[in-house]
Design a protein around this ligand. Sequence first.
Ligand SMILES: Nc1ncnc2c1ncn2[C@@H]1O[C@H](COP(=O)(O)OP(=O)(O)OP(=O)(O)O)[C@@H](O)[C@H]1O
Ligand SMILES: [Mg+2]
Length: 246
Amino acid sequence: MARKVSKRKRPSRDDFLLKERFKVESEVFDRSTLLALSKLLGKGILATVENPISTGKEANVFRATTPSGSYIVVKIYKMETTKFMRRKEYIEGDPRFKKFRRSEREFVYAFAQKELKNLEICAKAKVHAPKPLLQVKNIIIMEFLGEEGLPYTRLNVLGPESMSQLKSILLDMRRMYRAGLVHADLSEYNILVGPKPYLIDFGQGVILSHPNAEKYLERDVKNIVKYFSKHGFEMDWKEALEYVKS
Ligand SMILES: Nc1ncnc2c1ncn2[C@@H]1O[C@H](COP(=O)(O)OP(=O)(O)OP(=O)(O)O)[C@@H](O)[C@H]1O
Ligand SMILES: [Mg+2]
């Protein structure tokens, strides 16, 4: 008896490889993110998106290049909304997001939008933070903080080196406070060490009219002062807080 030949076409090797590639990418990019990214490439805002600098719980951060060949950072918030729902309080109390509609997708977009707006405030206030470029959906494009193509190392990895680093961070917090902004997620994990310490990761940042702004500020100050104190650069957190608010 003749064996039945399946009518189903076997996938070609190319199809197979594409699928494999998509499987990898689809963990990072959903369809709408892929579309948004290809638009940015098409418009000539980006020339390439390279390997990830960081794959985290909430976002993936990539080094990318512009058509003129300089490095730039693409941060893509993951569309896994449960993680963001836990951070609802940072959106809900912020008057800038009062009119915000609450589809889950838009909730993630709001964090990206918030981060960009906060970076704009920082740029104006001359805070050491990445210069913002643009935000589309869950994607933010900003200045690459690094040297010779390598991103600066995080403070938690390097450890604090001097009292002047602490003072620089407190001065930046003071500039932010004067500009009406609190970081609300500040710690040694969200500081990159270049010639000066740079503050990053502003998605949680709130403006001062948020009902918990003062509470978040106190937490930020305590985190930083405690970390430096543990490494021999001691300061009283209350004094530090007073300085930031003065
Ligand atoms: N502008 C930048 N230039 C260079 N490196 C950056 C920049 N922004 C972020 N990074 C790198 O990517 C990492 C993650 O960035 P960020 O803290 O903004 O994301 P995240 O939201 O904390 O992600 P997760 O907490 O899920 O890891 C940083 O620790 C840093 O190493
Ligand atoms: Mg972070």
